[in-house]
Design a protein around this ligand. Sequence first.
Ligand code: NAP
Length: 245
Amino acid sequence: MLEGKTALVTGGSRGIGEGIVRKLAALGANVVFTYRSSADQANAIIKDLNLGDKIVGMQSDAADYTQAEELIKATLERFGSIDVLVNNAGITKDGLMLRMSEDQWDTVIEVNLKSVFNLTKHAMRPMMKNRGGSIINLTSVVGVFGNAGQANYAASKAGIIGFTKSIAKEVGSRNIRCNAIAPGFIDTEMTGELDEKTRDAYLANVPLKRFGKVDEVSSMVAFLASDDSSYLTGQVLSVCGGLNI
Ligand code: NAP
């Protein structure tokens, strides 16, 4: 399905990102993925996949403009093109507004939103040269509905939606598609921090009555990465067990 294509995935060492790396690699893509600090985990994934030089893990801070530029350059040097860019890296630093520090706000906006600008900005020219590409941004249902205690996170994820739709309009004529995926509550370390009471309260609003699996998000990424979704752009696709209805 993705044989001959090269995908770049930010934040691929754990959680949803790891699932995306595994799925795209299984479908035949060359994969470059990044992490912030989990070098051991990244190496373990590469060893486990055993795909030789078709997979590369790199430490790269997605929030850093220059590092993003170097990452794109390194990917092009290694594989010659970037067909799929998955902006997955993300963090939370929750707190009610009265207690939220400037640092909590700035860090979340930089890692979650500025990173999407950084990577997209530098991937765009090579995609244009390549006469096509698929950009997939991980937003969240929280970016659509908001969530008490997550104003920074919700703002970053809402920003990603506006960015996605704008880029789709800017570069659609160049055969570059840009879509967003809005997961609901997916079982990863990010949601593992929630206490039982909070988990139960979330589940009460999920028609499918369970948290989602990483695989259920990575399947949507694979679809958006492939030519099967060739007439889809500017969309926000929710993978949320019906939380949004
Ligand atoms: P996670 O388990 O916490 O993993 C986050 C990944 O991002 C890790 O690989 C981490 O690298 C990497 N990362 C963090 N900061 C980075 C930076 N500055 N530069 C590069 N990489 C960085 O998160 P997740 O639950 O898989 O979430 C993945 C994405 O889905 C995020 O954008 C999140 O907002 C979104 N999402 C998740 C859920 C959910 O329920 N889990 C719901 C909606 C949306 P290290 O391992 O080195 O720290």
